[in-house]
Design a protein around this ligand. Structure first.
Ligand SMILES: NC(=O)c1ccc[n+]([C@@H]2O[C@H](COP(=O)([O-])OP(=O)(O)OC[C@H]3O[C@@H](n4cnc5c(N)ncnc54)[C@H](O)[C@@H]3O)[C@@H](O)[C@H]2O)c1
Length: 252
């Protein structure tokens, strides 16, 4: 093997990367990959212990990371996380909006509170991180929003979630145009079924109402897609959605 082939890519060297949902699943795998590739990682999550565990793993492996506890649906907490990232590392280059929640009821039964909680957590978080993060980001920065195959094909009883993910993809297209002059790229990655607590805790999956047809991805496979879109390797990719689903949408 040639020496260059043995060297890990260091696509995030001296870049500060804020990843929400970094305490578990896809967000956690993304943090670990960005940390391994030289990034200053801000592991942001509702659960401080989980965020700290991810950050500790990055630091133990020789990387740079801090944990930040926040509710992504809270504007003040999002702004505080952005301020912490900049105060700690002096820059903000990558934002990955990964944290999300679901409800499992038909629309006529879902409460208004639950509907707007999904919208605020999933879509509001993208708005807050875009509105308050983008002004600090230099040219060459990237925002990656994690949507879902549910933005394209869905099932009963998860309409608020599917609607929020569709909104994220539309927001991404429009916001990418607004950011073009600033040379900040804004894209989505839409996962299919991925082996995380969110998948296996889904009552529709447990009951078989939502069939897991085809491959189940590993969090690391989604992290690879997210890190590609967030990196300069994707410098000509903007305003789009990369579906990373092992071909699931072709089956549904
Ligand atoms: N796993 C799948 O099959 C699948 C499929 C399609 C899309 N997705 C999307 O991938 C993303 C990550 O999902 P995952 O499967 O890794 O889930 P996960 O449950 O493993 O991790 C989600 C993380 O987000 C955090 N979180 C939840 N609400 C939060 C809030 N309000 N503020 C801050 N953090 C919060 C949780 O604490 C958790 O650590 C989500 O956007 C999800 O919609 C997942």
């Amino acid at each position: 093997m040639r020496k260059t082939e043995r060297l890990a890519a260091m696509r995030f060297s001296s870049k500060t990367c804020v990843v929400t949902g970094g305490g578990s699943g896809i967000g956690r795998a993304t943090c670990l990959r960005m940390g391994a590739e030289g990034g200053n990682v801000v592991v942001a999550d509702l659960h401080q212990d989980a965020a700290q565990a991810t950050a500790d793993q990055i630091v133990s492996a020789g990387g740079r990371a801090i944990a930040a506890e926040l509710d992504v649906g809270d504007s003040a907490q999002v702004q505080a996380t952005i301020a912490t990232a900049i105060a700690t590392y002096g820059s903000l280059n990558v934002i990955v909006n990964d944290a999300a929640m679901m409800t499992f009821q038909p629309i006529v039964d879902v409460t208004e509170a639950d509907f707007f909680a999904v919208m605020k957590t999933n879509m509001g978080s993208v708005f807050y991180f875009s509105k308050y993060g983008a002004p600090h980001m230099p040219p060459g920065s990237a925002i990656v929003n994690v949507s879902s195959v549910h933005a394209h094909e869905t099932t009963a009883n998860v309409v608020p979630y599917a609607a929020s993910k569709g909104a994220i993809e539309a927001f991404t297209r429009g916001f990418s145009i607004e950011m073009e002059a600033r040379k900040i790229r804004v894209n989505c990655v839409a996962p299919g079924a991925v082996d995380t607590p969110m998948l296996w805790n889904n009552p529709n999956v447990k009951s078989g109402a939502e069939k897991i047809e085809g491959a189940v991805g590993k969090p690391e496979e989604l992290a690879a897609a997210i890190c590609f879109i967030a990196s300069d390797d994707a410098s000509f990719i903007n305003g789009t959605t990369l579906v990373a689903d092992g071909g699931r949408l072709d089956i549904l």
